[in-house]
Design a protein around this ligand. Structure first.
Ligand code: FPP
Length: 249
């Protein structure tokens, strides 16, 4: 079949000004990968890669606000990441602490509501309290919902949801997609329309396994510390092209 010229014109216009609001993903999830490679390519310690990664997160959150994305979920620390060298784990915990003190209050003033999801019992007490305080302080914000996955694993989340079903005494005939989804770590986290992974790797790595069932997946070669507005916009445009299925049914 000949390509539809109207669709082609619409595509060209969308590229020039960015996708129309109703063609944009409402919920985006990002696997922020490549901090280590960014650092080692520069002969820097891995902690510097994570620090630059935190700056990229700040830029990306601000770009998501501009693009009117309602929800952004990012994979900051997986259940498997505890197995990294102790000094690297320490540097990520420290960076999170600093990010809560310095970056997130600024983003809160721009209307960002921040919530964390994953296990909390292994996070040091002081940091856990800071997380809870930030969540409480930003609870009324609604411009962008930022979800930070910390000590998170998709399989662990499903195991925990199953435990909750059993603890709640839900009879087998009442176990459904709804009753299980209500028991995930973050029951209000919308399913991502778009999942982006940076650094050229093409895996989900245990991120949002349940929630990503119907997500569009976009893999980009950019290392996470180099990600920002332009790369986010390009991924959103890629999503819009796929969601509109030019010329197809
Ligand atoms: C992957 O890079 C990234 C992580 C392990 C997560 C760290 C994320 C950040 C520091 C962003 C800031 C977030 C917060 C909230 C502090 P990698 O080290 O696995 O990269 P590699 O595959 O090149 O080694």
């Amino acid at each position: 079949m000949e390509p539809d010229p109207r669709s082609q014109r619409q595509a060209a216009a969308a590229t020039a000004r960015g996708p129309e609001p109703d063609e944009r993903p409402r919920s985006i999830a990002i696997i922020m990968d490549g901090n280590g490679r960014w650092a080692s390519a520069r002969g820097l310690p891995v902690a510097d890669g994570h620090r630059e990664g935190a700056r990229a997160l700040r830029r990306t959150v601000e770009a998501a606000i501009d693009l009117e994305i309602g929800s952004l979920a990012v994979y900051a620390f997986s259940t498997e990441n505890w197995a990294r060298p102790a000094d690297e784990v320490g540097s990520i915990l420290e960076l999170l602490d600093e990010t809560i003190d310095r970056e997130l209050p600024d983003l809160a003033r721009q209307g960002v509501r921040t919530r964390f999801f994953g296990r909390r019992d292994r996070i040091p007490d002081g940091l856990r309290e800071k997380i809870a305080a930030l969540e409480a302080e930003t609870a009324a914000n609604d411009r962008l919902h930022l979800w930070i996955a910390f000590d998170y694993g998709g399989r662990a989340e499903l195991v925990e949801a199953t435990r909750r079903l059993l603890r709640d005494g839900v009879p087998p005939e009442d176990v459904s997609e709804e009753t299980l989804a209500e028991r995930l770590y973050a029951r209000e986290l919308p399913d991502p329309d778009l999942v982006i992974r940076t650094s050229g790797e093409q895996r989900l790595s245990n991120f949002l396994l349940w929630q990503s069932a119907y997500a569009e997946l976009v893999f980009v070669d950019t290392l996470w510390p180099e990600f920002g507005e332009e790369a986010l916009r390009a991924a959103v445009e890629e999503y819009a092209r796929r969601a509109r299925r030019f010329g197809a049914r």
